[in-house]
Design a protein around this ligand. Sequence first.
Ligand SMILES: [Zn+2]
Length: 279
Amino acid sequence: MIIRTPNDDCLLCQKNKATKKNSHIASKFLGKSILGKTGPRKGYILDSSKPHVKPRVFQDSPKESYILCPDCEKYLECLETYVAENFTKRLLNERFNKNFEYKMNEGGVEYAICKNLNNKLFRLFIISLFWRGSISNEEPFTSFNISEQDKLRVVLQESNSTDIQAIKLKKPHANLHEFQIVVMRSKNSHDPTGNFFYANGENDNLYQLILNEYKFFISLESNSALQKFQFLNNVGNTNFIIGLLPDQTWRKLRKGLIDLATKKSLDNAKKMGVKPWNL
Ligand SMILES: [Zn+2]
């Protein structure tokens, strides 16, 4: 565990001092939805690197101090505000039907084409989620590391500004549109008991984050496993496509991940010679 102090440099701009306390790793607004809007605010963290520890209930989304300077924190906040207002609050919301085109492919997969979403801001936001997860030492990101994390940082840094209009106008880094991104959402996320964070980077060059009803994949390589998602794979500067998964598929997916985490926990427990917590 690395202990950071306010005398350390900001991990994003690498110029200013990282004096900002309590930076959200998984975005405040996604954290809110993870923890549910009503009732007891809690979710679960699955961390297979600590098989002997009972899955931790948490009441607030992970935060970390002294990773960013105030300006970089503000920059990431600009991206979050844009995405919260123009994407998460509007997708599958009838009042904003004109912003999305809802379709189904021949295989019965439902998806939404985001007609009024700024591709650059949305990409930068997703890149910032993965970058924050990669630099974080907090659960469940303790063992989540993107080997090419500096590639993400450089792309983020190129558009760094505390002014949303300036971010929009700045010429983006050439790699911004090359990264492959897949975003999926459960169509009706009525199950607040299933809230959890999950981060995985086990496969080569393919990383995934699950933040409550959202699932994000990123790959920095052009010939990656993300190609299997075909039309849901977003490359380039076109309207973003979001996969909409029926609840049943979502539940199956969640069960699959829990099973996988259990298996990894058991394997790790064996390696570590400890008695595993029974998931
Ligand atoms: Zn900074």
